[in-house]
Design a protein around this ligand. Structure first.
Ligand code: FEO
Length: 170
């Protein structure tokens, strides 16, 4: 059975994962109307879908442990970006924020001696390491590319395999 404090913090995390999905969905929709970045667009759509899975995993956990997962209202995400680099910068900052919020959940679980929730959250800790690494890799590449159009062409060509390579190193 979840304590009130654990249930509250996990419900906050459900909202954060849902908003993450919206944040990346907005990036995907913006990218879709930019010329020549079809794979970047797919990357954002896929990432949005992954965040929805993160949210669902939490919802099921809360409900299975005798709590009640409450589906939250969501805030409006950023809709447009000055450049692809700006979008990926925002993605990295957002993932760092998510990692911090997962750490807060763990702090509460430990304070409440809820070792099952602590154990469950380790999956999110590992996921955040991977997602931050991926976002840093993308930002490093975009930094190198700068305004070089052929570099951007290759970035778009390779982005889906960059994601897989970082995941493999986990
Ligand atoms: Fe579910 Fe990218 O944090």
């Amino acid at each position: 059975m979840l304590s009130k404090k654990v249930q509250e913090i996990l419900n906050e995390q459900i909202k954060i994962e849902a908003e993450s999905s919206q944040v990346y969905l907005a990036m995907a929709s913006w990218a879709e109307i930019q010329p020549g970045i079809d794979n970047v667009t797919s990357f954002f759509y896929q990432h949005s879908e992954e965040e929805r899975q993160h949210m669902l995993k939490l919802i099921h956990f809360v409900n299975e442990r005798g709590g009640f997962a409450t589906i939250p209202a969501l805030s409006q995400p950023q809709l447009t970006f000055p450049s692809i680099k700006h979008a990926f910068d925002a993605l990295l900052k957002h993932e760092v924020f998510v990692s911090e919020s997962i750490n807060k959940c763990i702090d509460v679980a430990l304070a409440e001696k809820d070792y099952a929730t602590h154990n469950f959250l380790q999956w999110y800790v590992a996921e955040q390491i991977e997602e931050e690494a991926l976002a840093r890799t993308m930002n490093d590449k975009l930094e190198l590319i700068g305004d070089d159009k052929s570099g951007m062409y290759m970035f778009d060509r390779d982005i889906l395999s960059i994601g897989m390579n970082v995941a493999d190193k986990k």
